[in-house]
Design a protein around this ligand. Structure first.
Ligand code: ARG
Length: 580
């Protein structure tokens, strides 16, 4: 829809250009927005304001000319000028009905595949394996997963990459501690990686001999010593199993097959250094191999190095990422590489993207993008911590979510059996945590607040899940009667119209979620949809309506709402419940 209006506007621009009213030299970027207020039409553009200067004409006059140049069409009911020169477009009612019907009869809610289908490599989750996943790992996993699902739904080929950190110096310490324990102790201690890590760290800090052994083990590990590799594999295996448990509970689509660990690039790292050397990009600085790029300067304008090899020969995070970029384009065939990593790593990604292009680790027309996100904060305004002040393990956080959801259901009183309640609490608890994250602007910090996220009011998972069960209950009451399926749409009531107008925006919203990698657009949309449904449902009787034509059209609206809620939540990685 939006595309079609954009095309109409583009023809109007072309027309004015050939008439000599607009200069040929300026190609305007046509942007359509959804006005907040329905009285401003369905779409609005500021094109006339943007082009007034090059056209040397007052914006309202230019708007007038643009409107006159829009080709005849059946899309628009009216086009008018507002304020200083905005153009508002109102779609024809027939248009709305056609779209609604297309959405209703399509298996994918008439969501259009992206015209430009790509192979997208998406890096998300990517925790360090030395410790168990904690609350800081939530955002990458959840946001990356939602965007991956949307990209796939829009017809892209998505390759997930879990770039886990499994090769750092901390592993020496962990291996040294494993070595000290007998098999039984090891199995026991490894069942909680958080305490295992702490115990190893304590040994490292307390004992000189232990610290020496740890350092020796890293060197041996990295040079491929069999004994070290065996211990290390054992550790990594346990750690990855912990991650997988978290992914499965969270409904994050990652599996072992998506793990492409830092260590997997080990053999490629000497080649990365050679490559940089051959391109004359390496500079030795205090024994370390560095690249200095003009684009990156320190605060005082001093050169800022990207260190790719340490004095002792060890490689760094950046070195591995350069190897990974090359692999993602040249081996995986990616033409768009997305990274969902904490915003605090922005500089790192800017640097390696620039360097990768400059040094030819990637070639041609490839998009590289880092999508940063803010921090999960506690109510005290500092990064979220557990009650004892330590980091909160994700597994514990999810346990608590399920427990709280169950308490909530029990305190509200529920008609479900004990067993059903537990199953529902699992979904509600986990979904609340996910949704609280997804519904915030990705780039901001947000405050982790149990009461808000589990509330049945506001833009929350419980609200949406409940809204879905309400729509669903209409069809449970209806039973097997399918006659409404072929009914004509009747949109006489303003609440029916508002709901219909919201429904048909789904396609557009998904495209912007993908383009901006912003799942909160979809959350906002679903929340509004549930709100519009609720107003409709309160004002417009359905099942006990004597007018069969109206009843059937309303059933169709309800069915489309249910399908859209279910599909939208599913793209966020949230399952729906039939009752709760
Ligand atoms: N393991 C890193 C960390 O925990 C994140 C890795 C992100 N991905 C990447 N290709 N650098 O900070």
């Amino acid at each position: 829809m939006k595309d079609q209006i954009e095309q109409l506007l583009a023809s109007a621009v072309a027309q004015l250009q050939s008439d000599g009213i607009l200069p040929q030299s300026v190609q305007p970027r046509i942007q359509l927005d959804r006005p907040r207020d329905k009285s401003h039409g369905d779409f609005a553009t500021n094109l006339a304001l943007m082009m007034a200067k090059p056209a040397a004409m007052p914006p309202r006059d230019l708007a007038q000319k643009l409107i006159a140049a829009i080709p005849a069409n059946e899309l628009l009911e009216k086009t008018d000028i507002a304020g200083p020169g905005f153009i508002n477009f109102t779609l024809s009612q027939q248009q709305l009905l056609d779209q609604l019907q297309a959405m209703y009869s399509s298996g994918r809610l008439n969501v259009q595949p992206d015209a430009d289908s790509k192979t997208i490599v998406i890096d998300y989750s990517s925790p360090n394996l030395a410790k168990e996943m904690h609350v800081g790992h939530l955002r990458s996993a959840i946001i990356g997963d939602a965007v991956s699902r949307v990209a796939e739904f829009l017809g892209h080929k998505v390759i997930r990459q879990n770039h886990v950190g499994d090769w750092g110096t901390q592993f020496g310490m962990l291996l040294a501690h494993m070595e000290e324990l007998d098999a039984g102790e090891q199995a026991y201690e490894l069942s909680n990686l958080e305490t295992f890590y702490k115990a190893a760290k304590k040994r490292f800090d307390d004992s000189e001999a232990f610290a020496d052994r740890a350092r020796e083990l890293v060197v041996k590990l990295q040079s491929g010593d069999d004994y070290c590799l065996k211990l290390w594999h054992q550790f990594i295996d346990v750690s990855l199993a912990h991650c997988q448990e978290v992914y499965d509970r969270l409904g994050v689509k990652l599996t072992r097959a998506d793990v492409m660990a830092e260590s997997a690039y080990n053999d490629k790292l000497p080649g990365v250094i050679e490559h940089l050397k051959a391109r004359d990009l390496l500079v030795e600085d205090q024994g370390a191999q560095c690249v200095f790029l003009d684009e990156f300067k320190g605060k005082e304008g001093d050169p800022l190095p990207i260190i790719v090899q340490k004095r002792g020969g060890g490689y760094l995070y950046a070195t591995t990422d350069l190897a990974a970029i090359e692999y993602r384009q040249k081996t995986l065939g990616g033409d768009y590489l997305m990274y969902f990593v904490d915003a605090r790593q922005s500089l790192h990604f800017e640097q390696i993207f620039t360097l990768a292009r400059k040094a030819g680790f990637v070639e041609g027309d490839i998009d590289l993008a880092h999508f940063g996100f803010g921090t999960v904060m506690g109510k005290d305004g500092r990064p979220y911590k557990s009650r004892d002040g330590g980091v909160t393990k994700l597994a514990d956080l999810l346990d608590e979510a399920e427990r709280r959801a169950l308490d909530l259901m029990q305190s509200k009183g529920s008609s479900l059996t004990e067993e059903e309640q537990q199953a529902v609490a699992k979904v509600v608890g986990i979904s609340s945590v996910k949704y609280a994250d997804l519904s915030k602007n990705r780039t901001s910090d947000y405050i982790f607040d149990w009461d808000l996220m589990l509330s049945f009011e506001g833009n929350t998972a419980p609200y949406l899940l409940y809204a879905y069960t309400r729509v669903n209950s209409i069809f449970e009451k209806l039973g097997t009667d399918q006659r409404y399926q072929n009914a004509d749409w009747q949109l006489a009531d303003e609440r029916e119209l508002a709901l219909a107008n919201q429904l048909v925006r789904f396609n557009e919203v998904l495209h912007s979620v993908y383009q901006k990698a912003m799942p909160h657009f979809l959350c906002g949309y679903l929340f509004e949809l549930a709100g519009k449904f609720s107003s409709f449902y309160e004002a417009c009787p359905i099942l006990n309506n004597d007018d069969l034509a109206v009843r059937n059209s309303r059933l169709k609206l309800a069915a489309l709402t249910a399908n859209t809620l279910r599909q939208g939540l599913q793209l966020l990685g949230i399952p729906t419940l039939d009752k709760m």
